[in-house]
Design a binder for this molecule. Structure first.
Ligand SMILES: [Zn+2]
Length: 113
């Protein structure tokens, strides 16, 4: 009863729709547009706002809550396959600037810098 490898697992991404990603903080699945892509560049975590960095990325809700969760479970080194320390200061600063006291609804946080 050998299954042939041509049988691919079902991927629940209908063509043309937004890909679903898992937040490395709270582990909830959301459209990638709601999440911030984070990459490791020269030993530092960098928000990849324009999705231009190639390679491995971690996805995170751009909130300090999810950032804290991700830090606690060391999710970034694991997701990015990095050994050792990652400088998180740039990412923390970025999320803190987004997390500024602005209305939750109706307001675009404005991921542009
Ligand atoms: Zn989250």
């Amino acid at each position: 009863m050998l299954a042939r490898s041509s049988v691919l697992p079902a991927v629940e991404v209908p063509s043309g729709s937004t890909p679903i990603r898992t937040c490395v903080g709270c582990r909830q699945r959301h459209p990638s547009r709601d999440l911030l892509r984070v990459v490791a560049v020269a030993g530092a975590l960098v928000p990849d706002v324009r999705l231009r960095n190639p390679g491995r990325g971690a996805w995170l809700h751009p909130t300090s809550d999810c950032l804290r969760l991700a830090q606690r479970r060391r999710a970034f080194p694991r997701a990015l396959r990095v050994n050792g320390e990652l400088d998180e200061s740039a990412l923390i600063g970025f999320i803190e600037s987004l997390d500024a006291p602005v209305g939750e609804d109706g307001q675009q946080p404005g991921l542009r810098k």
